[in-house]
Ligand binder design. Structure first.
Ligand SMILES: NC(=O)c1ccc[n+]([C@@H]2O[C@H](COP(=O)([O-])OP(=O)(O)OC[C@H]3O[C@@H](n4cnc5c(N)ncnc54)[C@H](OP(=O)(O)O)[C@@H]3O)[C@@H](O)[C@H]2O)c1
Length: 324
């Protein structure tokens, strides 16, 4: 018997319970992973509340983990008991151990600790596709990043800086502004008290930015659009303040022939080749020292309720790790 954090119905953080779960032996194409560290991500909140449907309940939450393979099914190829592995976008991570197929798994290089892997696989591969594929950041670009002191935000900021960009980061407090600056932001905007677009136009001498990486959603959509230069790209990759529900594409025309993308990591890691490329790029940039993974807080897995309250209450910084 092992323990897991599960929900029986969608709802608030207190709906999650720490329960006994019988994991059993892996099926033919499965492995059993014993988690040493589990990642905490905002998508876990969307899935807990039901904003994102996760299918039949009860279910074990959590999309990201690191650990060791304990046992492999008969037809599993390329993975063996004892391998150190990690994954993102694999529902069921809030558990001491679990069964899963190998399509989301990558082997961990020696230089990446389990805690770092659990902190970065989802947020780091997201930063990778945002900066390399959604909009390819190049030296000399001035770019806008929302929630720059958060998990994705600190990785995005550091990585963009290493690509030669000037980074404007929006944050919710002075303390977070300091963290965002330490993560490479050249300018910070306190978006609770300052006008984002006004500041961006001021910083860019009226030109605007070619891209806004917007994870906030409803609260910042207009500010993102107003900060873009003609034919700029609005990348709406999250809903921390709530989903955008009233979007008229005509506004893209009115504000300067803009582009909009609503991407997801699942698309950009949808097969083994893409997954290995994204993970490899992330491992390389972390090994190079250009990006360091800032674990702002760690919780026992059994205390995931508090971790969710902190994340949705804007009380976390950097990445968060849950320890089984
Ligand atoms: N599409 C994808 O592929 C993908 C993948 C990974 C993550 N994401 C998205 O990226 C975002 C960041 O994820 P994360 O896990 O790294 O979280 P995070 O940025 O560490 O935490 C969320 C932050 O959003 C800010 N925020 C602004 N308004 C908020 C509100 N009303 N409620 C809560 N937070 C608010 C807060 O920072 P301030 O106090 O500084 O405002 C908060 O700390 C999320 O929106 C997530 O859904 C998308």
């Amino acid at each position: 018997m092992t323990k897991a954090i599960r929900i029986h119905e969608y709802g608030d953080a207190d709906n999650m319970t720490w329960e006994d779960v019988d994991v059993g032996a892996p099926g033919e194409d499965e492995v059993r992973v014993k988690h040493t560290a589990v990642g905490l991500n905002f998508i876990d909140i969307y899935q807990r509340t039901g904003l994102y449907d996760i299918g039949a309940l009860p279910a074990t939450l959590g999309m990201e983990g690191a650990g060791v393979i304990e046992e492999v099914g008969a037809s599993v190829d390329g993975f063996a008991a004892g391998d150190r592995v990690a994954y993102a976008m694999g529902l069921g991570a809030y558990s001491e151990s679990r069964l899963m197929t190998t399509d989301r798994l990558v082997k961990l290089p020696d230089g990446i600790s389990d805690d770092t892997a659990a902190a970065m696989m989802l947020q780091g591969m997201t930063a990778q596709y945002l900066l390399k594929s959604s909009y390819a950041v190049k030296a000399g670009d001035t770019i806008l990043i929302m929630a720059a002191a958060g998990g994705v935000g600190q990785i995005l900021s550091q990585w963009a800086k290493s690509l030669g960009a000037t980074v404007i980061g929006c944050v919710g407090s002075e303390a977070k502004a300091e963290l965002a600056k330490a993560a490479g932001c050249d300018h910070t905007i306190l978006y609770n008290s300052e006008d984002i677009a006004e500041r961006v136009l001021d910083i860019t001498d009226g030109a605007g930015v070619p891209v806004s990486y917007d994870s906030i959603g409803q609260a910042t959509v207009q500010a993102s659009l107003d900060s873009l230069k003609p034919a700029g790209v609005f990348i709406s990759f999250g809903n921390a303040s709530g989903p955008i529900t009233d979007f008229n594409p005509g506004v893209l025309a009115m504000k300067g022939s803009l582009y909009m993308q609503r991407p997801t990591l699942a698309t950009y890691t949808r097969n083994r080749e893409l997954l290995n490329a994204a993970a490899g790029d992330l491992f390389d940039v972390v090994a190079s020292g250009a990006v360091s993974i800032n674990i702002g807080q760690t919780y026992p897995l059994a205390e995931t309720v508090q971790a969710h309250k902190d994340l949705e209450g804007r009380n976390t910084t950097g990445s968060s790790v849950l320890i089984p």
